[in-house]
Design a protein around this ligand. Structure first.
Ligand SMILES: Nc1nc2c(c(=O)[nH]1)N[C@H]1C(S)=C(S)[C@@H](COP(=O)(O)O)O[C@H]1N2
Ligand SMILES: [Mo]
Length: 434
């Protein structure tokens, strides 16, 4: 390091130290000494004990060549439900423990998993992707050939359109994981389909693309070509490693922000055409029955949505004392764009205050938000969050949503949800209707 560098580094350090002390003193005055929401106990002797992990060897690095979470984190798992499941749990869903989530990335082992015919295990050497229809050059690609296209890495959520779909009539699950866990968020690496199409040549007549999976469910969905040419990707990377089998190893379709069902896993074929295919998942299923008896057929982006993560039924306010400062946290997301605002209500949606967005705020991505709250012992609260996106949408109330959609649709529910916090700090899922 040169003299010059050393000097400027030192002055930087002392400047940030000065700023730190200046800021903390301002904050502690503002919060009257209650900023740190911890239970302080002067007579806790645990620090004096010799711990067993400090007195013997730790594990050799050879023990876990693929790391796993601490044994103490054994409750942080996906959970399954009979809902949407065949008797043998092959057609089934396992939901993400959102209440345990940190930041905006879901670890691969906790990514929700929905399949209609079980998790397929594909040998990457036998994998082939066939691209057919109205392109100049029809082609069959191996995995290595596919990965030779220039890649991109993007962070997006995937949400099953049935997320929260059991809650149309009444709260069904007193649980964040089951009420909202049909979704997760990851950093995906793959290739834009438009990049491949530049190479293959697309006919100007094309209006639709069929994506077909190679698992036994024969999942096939028709996607409008505008979405394909906008941001549709074929992905093989999930949070820095290969896709997990549950997510469609070796490759899946990713349509950022659009309903999870369209993100066909274990991909085998793309076909380009002038007409949609009317596959079973876009006719008998994944349509929304409206009160007039008609159904919405092609349903795409997941609408703006949010939830309070902490507290939640799984994360009650158990040990809080009167006057403790606590951070209320949640997630917001929109398949139409970027979250602009999240509001939080303490009275079930009558009055709102603005929460702050935390960390990265990305399009079609989970966005974490927070609100610093001073807890009053014995308070009964109705916590409701309400998000807005840059496409100009805001979450509806339950009454507003039901007045348009009725209660027969399973899909695309994005009305605000409410947690009741009891005077003991327990948290229950309730619905506020006028
Ligand atoms: N080939 C195939 N693709 C599929 C499915 C399937 O059963 N087979 N399930 C779909 C559904 S309904 C959803 S919600 C998402 C779930 O993605 P995940 O399991 O990675 O969470 O994958 C979709 N893609
Ligand atoms: Mo789904």
């Amino acid at each position: 390091m040169t003299k010059m560098n050393q000097k400027s580094k030192k002055s930087l350090e002392s400047k940030s130290r000065r700023d730190f002390f200046k800021k903390t003193s301002v904050l502690s005055v503002a919060a009257a000494g209650t900023l740190v929401p911890v239970v302080l106990s002067a007579d806790d002797q645990a620090i004096m004990h010799h711990t067993k992990w400090g007195q013997s060897w730790g594990d050799a690095v050879t023990k876990n060549l693929y790391g796993i979470p601490s044994a103490y984190e054994h409750n942080n798992t996906r959970r399954y439900t009979k809902l949407l499941a065949s008797g043998n749990y092959r057609a089934s869903i396992a939901v993400t423990p959102i209440h345990e989530s940190e930041g905006i990335i879901t670890p691969n082992g906790l990514f929700f998993s929905r399949s209609h015919g079980g998790t397929a295990h594909i040998d990457p050497n036998e994998f082939r992707l066939m691209i057919t229809g109205l392109v100049d050059k029809e082609i069959v690609l191996t995995l290595d050939q596919l990965k030779r296209y220039p890649s991109v890495t993007r962070t997006h959520f995937i949400e099953c359109p049935a997320n929260g779909g059991q809650e149309w009539r009444r709260p069904q699950y007193n649980s964040l994981q089951f009420a909202k866990g049909f979704m997760a968020c990851a950093e995906w690496t793959g290739v834009y389909i438009k990049t491949i199409l530049e190479d293959l040549g697309l006919s100007s007549k094309v209006q639709w693309m069929l994506a077909e999976g190679s698992d036994n469910s024969e999942m096939g969905r028709s996607v409008p070509i505008d979405k394909i040419l906008d941001d549709a990707m074929i992905v093989w990377g999930q949070n820095g490693e290969a896709l997990r089998p549950e997510q469609g190893y070796p490759v899946r379709l990713l349509l950022p922000g659009w309903e999870g069902n369209l993100c066909v896993k274990w991909l085998k074929r793309l076909d380009f055409s002038e007409e949609p295919w009317f596959a079973k998942e876009e006719t008998s299923k994944y349509t929304a029955l409206k009160p007039d008896g008609k159904a919405i057929q092609h349903f795409y982006a997941n609408e703006v949505n949010s939830t309070v993560v902490s507290p939640s039924p799984e994360k009650p306010w158990k040990d809080l004392k009167d006057g403790d400062v606590v951070e209320i946290q949640g997630l917001a997301w929109s398949g139409m764009g970027t979250i602009t605002t999240v509001d939080l209500s303490f009275d079930g949606g009558k009055n709102y205050v603005e929460a702050s967005l935390k960390g990265l705020v990305l399009p079609k991505c989970w966005t974490r938000w927070s609100y610093i709250h001073t807890y009053k012992k014995g308070d009964k609260l109705l916590l409701t969050s309400r998000a807005m996106d840059d496409a100009g949408f805001i979450q509806p109330t339950i009454d507003q949503e039901v007045s348009v959609m009725g209660v027969e649709s399973i899909y695309h529910r994005n009305a605000v949800e409410t947690w009741e916090v009891t005077e003991n700090g327990e948290v229950n899922h309730v619905q506020i209707r006028s």
